[in-house]
Design a protein. Structure first.
Length: 539
């Protein structure tokens, strides 16, 4: 964070990655709560020498900055916390007053607490909140990432497994992965080498995948995968709570097929024969949805109190999964990392060709949904849960209209996207939004890196001189327009969170765009949406 970014932050209210403390002459006790909260959540900046006054900040500066800095660093790297915390620190001078800034990264040794475990905090919005027992337990499980479901489930044996599920799995492997060595093994070797059974007992993963339901429920009392079909865009406008809810099933192997059969009704598929003569249904949309389903089943935290859930709304499909990501989503995406919460489950899905052999799941999901629906999934990430949403309607961003898939598939595509050049520009523009997450600093970097694409898109499609607006109002104004184009129903608080600013700042920016006759609001305050207006290009 440079000085300009700090000043920008100080113009807004505190947010999830930014906390100020007065700290004129000493480190305040409340600083330790923020250190714990940032370490256990998504990281953030802790600022000393600034006081919050209502909805504005007052710069007070710190006295004896060197002593405060040393006291703070000694405590967080010494014995006050249960694990050393390594920070990035900076010193600023504003109006001849000294401000200290410390960046607290998310810790790989969560939960981080000071003095005793009861002092474990997490970040919620702009507040530090004491973690509940369930939230703390989730962080402890993350310490064993990749090992918990590989452990032995007590009081289980071969009789704990469902014979039909196991036979179906072996038949599936023989058909879709015929060269796999496991096909030649006896049942005993098959079960032990795939770690379904170890030392005559089931692993948690083997039990979850193939177990009898009554045996699974002895270890996972509320075992289920929920799938609901809801007649509306949300519960608020649904005509009933749901029109379909998936019944209970035996194990994860059965749940996979039942969920997949319901999900594929929401995407277009083409039936073909594979090279081996097997019937298969192909569609980039189906590939993306299948990959999302398998990822949900492979990477869920099955020991969490919440359960995996799929909700199919009229305009989007939502996958909710208990358990956070092992690393930031951008790192997983750009480095093709394959880090599994449940490695035995992951291998079982991979051996029947239902999952990739390398860490390309995110790329596969995003590229296939982009090819199918001209949009990318959106993510809501927390330390103990992950939500992925797939829009079901095509957004014709040249006309500001949501177009039903059934209408578009029978329409001449050249009337929607007239040239290959325009198509490529549209795809490049839309792909930017799929890269945005909960870290506003990373979001700004991503948007800044793609300024050229955003500028060209606004000019080519909307006739908007983005360069002029950027010079007049700053970069944020064109980022705001980009978000509105791709997500016109998004609320001001949601936009503010993406850009790391206050809601009042977004309100001011929208007023500027309205004054330029570029933006208007359609519909009611809560249920309406934004529209970017096309401008008349000069001849």
């Amino acid at each position: 964070m440079n000085k300009a970014e700090l000043i920008q932050k100080l113009e807004d209210i505190e947010w999830e990655d930014f906390e100020v403390k007065k700290a004129e002459s000493a480190v305040p006790k409340s600083a330790w709560e923020s250190v714990s909260a940032f370490s256990n959540s998504n990281g953030g900046w802790l600022i000393f020498g600034v006081q919050e006054q209502g909805k504005r900040f007052e710069i007070l500066g710190v006295k004896n900055a060197e002593k405060i800095e040393q006291d703070f660093l000694t405590n967080i790297r010494g014995g006050k916390f249960n694990a050393p915390i390594h920070t990035t620190q900076k010193k600023y001078t504003i109006d001849e007053k000294t401000i200290l800034a410390f960046y607290i990264p998310v810790s790989a040794k969560k939960p981080i607490y000071y003095n005793s475990p009861v002092n474990t905090f997490i970040r919620r919005g702009s507040s530090d909140m004491r973690a509940t027992k369930e939230e703390t337990d989730s962080m402890y499980r993350d310490q064993t990432f990749g090992t918990k479901t590989s452990e032995i489930a007590s009081h289980t044996n071969r009789a704990s497994l469902n014979n039909t599920s196991l036979e179906q799995y072996r038949d599936y492997m023989a058909r879709f992965n015929p060269t796999a060595t496991y096909n030649r093994f006896s049942e005993g070797d098959f079960l032990s080498r795939l770690r379904i059974i170890e030392n005559k007992a089931c692993t948690y993963a083997g039990l979850l995948m193939f177990g009898k339901r009554e045996m699974i429920e002895k270890h996972f009392a509320d075992f289920r995968i929920d799938l609901l079909e809801i007649p509306g865009t949300s519960y608020a406008d649904a005509t009933s709570r749901y029109t379909f809810r998936l019944d209970e099933h035996e194990n994860l192997w059965e749940y996979y097929f039942e969920c997949f059969n319901r999900l594929k009704n929401n995407v277009d598929v083409t039936f073909t024969l594979s090279a081996e003569g097997f019937g298969q249904e192909l569609s980039p949309g189906l590939v993306a949805i299948r990959e999302a389903l398998v990822n949900m089943l492979m990477h869920a935290d099955y020991f969490a109190p919440s359960k995996s859930r799929i909700r199919i709304f009229s305009n989007h499909i939502e996958f909710y999964n208990p358990g956070g990501l092992p690393k930031p989503i951008e790192e997983l995406r750009t480095k093709d990392l394959s880090i599994s919460r449940n490695p035995v489950l992951t291998k079982l899905f991979r051996m029947v060709k239902l999952a990739e052999n390398i860490g390309s799941g995110l790329e596969k999901i995003e590229s296939n949904w982009l090819a199918y629906n001209k949009s990318t999934p959106t993510y809501q990430l927390d330390f103990d849960a992950t939500i992925v949403q797939f829009p079901l309607s095509i957004v014709d961003i040249g006309t500001d209209k949501d177009v039903d898939r059934d209408t578009v598939k029978d329409t001449d595509k050249d009337t929607v996207i007239k040239t290959k050049k325009t198509t490529e520009l549209q795809d490049s523009f839309k792909s930017i939004f799929g890269k945005l997450g909960h870290n506003s600093h990373e979001n700004k970097e991503i948007l800044n890196q793609h300024t050229d694409i955003i500028t060209r898109y606004l000019w080519d499609i909307y006739g908007i001189n983005a360069g002029y607006l950027r010079d007049k109002y700053g970069d944020r104004i064109i980022w705001l327009m980009s978000i509105i184009i791709l997500k016109p129903e998004m609320s001001m608080p949601e936009i503010a969170k993406i850009l790391g600013v206050s809601v009042s700042t977004i309100e001011k920016d929208t007023q500027k765009l309205k004054a330029e006759h570029i933006l208007k609001r359609i519909g009611a305050r809560k249920t309406g949406k934004w529209m970017i207006l096309k401008q008349q290009k000069p001849h």
